[in-house]
Design a protein around this ligand. Structure first.
Ligand SMILES: *Cc1c(COP(=O)(O)O)cnc(C)c1O
Length: 374
């Protein structure tokens, strides 16, 4: 038994024939940059998300950078970010000469603690980056209310939660990434919707922002060789778009199998002393990009090595909060003491969860965790 954290090759074999056809078609056409598959995928993904515009780009980090540029943010502006996340959002804010304002997260959902956003806002604050971490949406309704009240832009970093849905108090249901001014996503191979290389996209319902994003991702050109604004070069390869068109059809099915695996963990690990299971919020579905438990008795690293000795991989997402990262710690503004994020960094452990994980592998993982915690 060789348990893997993710199994991209196993999953590929399920779609092998369709992928071969799709890839060969691009090879036969020879339009490797901005081929027809790129627009076709963007239209199909927009319709899946029920949003007006999908602007493909090179990766999820570029998508975040382009979103900040498209919104017209400037050097010296402040952008609110969560303390516990993948660093890309903080990095692009800093890269553009803006100040990341770090807000603590909710200990149960791992997402930005909406109750702590308002006191972090200053006259320089222009935007909030809401990262939907591990497969679950931030609490968007109150977050959007705060943003509206203070005239702030909302960018959703949806690299990890494609396919999750949020329910508003009036019953309206929306896809993750489609609730703010701009959503961004990554098609990095392990993400919920992924290609076989780098890829990303911006999501918006605003025609002006979509046009800005499109121009910025193509060297600021509206017309070839006429540069209207300063942009960058960030494209989704035609080959990757062809892969994504195939994989989009599998997204719902794959999500359901991963949710079944999460339910089995929930049942199997229920009541194990010292372990907190992922919390499901009342307002969002969970697509389990990660199944992340908390080991509350200081035994996290011990459990990780024990599992490793039994051939079970596990990962620490993330070992260090953003405000303690060497690259950012001089740059960030910290309005309130950050206590939850560092605690999470010391207690979280993500277990293997993917479409190819078998029931017997999972039982072995659950058994092994119980043995250790006994
Ligand atoms: C993966 C990821 C990114 C960056 O995406 P890339 O395509 O690797 O640039 C940004 N934010 C979050 C939350 C991510 O998980």
């Amino acid at each position: 038994m060789k348990i893997q954290m993710v199994d991209l090759v196993g999953q590929y074999h399920r779609m092998q024939e369709e992928l071969t056809v799709a890839i060969q078609q691009v090879l036969a056409n020879g339009t490797f940059i901005n081929g027809p598959e790129v627009k076709a995928f963007a239209d199909e993904f927009a319709s899946y998300l029920d949003i007006s515009y999908v602007v493909p780009c090179g990766n999820g980090t570029d998508a975040l950078q382009i979103s900040l540029m498209a919104l017209g943010l400037n050097v010296g502006d402040e952008v609110i970010v969560p303390a516990f996340t993948y660093a890309a959002a903080v990095e692009v804010v800093a890269l553009l000469g803006m100040t990341p304002v770090v807000v603590d997260v909710d200990p149960d959902t791992f997402n930005i603690d909406v109750r702590k956003i308002e006191q972090a806002i200053s006259p320089k604050t222009k935007a909030i980056i809401a990262v939907h971490l591990f497969g679950q949406c931030c609490d968007m309704e109150p977050l959007l209310e705060i943003a509206t009240g203070h005239n702030l832009f909302v960018i959703e970093d949806n690299a990890q939660s494609t396919g999750a849905t949020y329910v508003f108090s009036d019953g309206t249901v929306k896809q993750a990434g489609t609730m703010g001014h701009i959503g961004t996503t990554s098609f990095f191979p392990t993400k919920p919707l992924a290609c076989y290389g780098d890829g990303g996209a911006l999501l918006t319902s605003d025609a002006f922002l979509a046009e800005q994003a499109r121009m910025i991702s193509q060297h600021g050109q509206q017309q070839k060789y006429y540069h209207k604004i300063i942009g960058c070069n960030s494209r989704l390869d035609t080959l990757q778009a062809a892969v994504l068109r195939v994989k989009l059809n599998y997204l719902d099915g794959f999500r359901e199998s991963v949710q079944t695996i999460a339910e089995r963990y929930d049942k199997g690990l229920f009541g194990v002393a010292g372990i907190d299971l992922p919390m499901k919020s009342s307002f969002s579905t969970h697509v389990y990009h990660q199944y992340t438990i908390k080991i509350m008795n200081g035994k996290r690293d011990g459990l990780k090595s024990y599992l490793s000795s039994k051939g079970i991989p596990s990962m620490i997402y993330y070992p260090l909060p953003v405000h303690q990262q060497e690259a950012f710690r001089q740059l960030v503004r910290i309005p309130e003491p950050l206590t939850v994020a560092p605690e999470l960094c010391n207690s979280v452990l993500s277990l293997p969860i993917h479409t190819e994980l078998t029931q017997s592998e999972q039982e072995y993982i659950i058994q092994s965790i119980k043995e250790y915690e006994k």
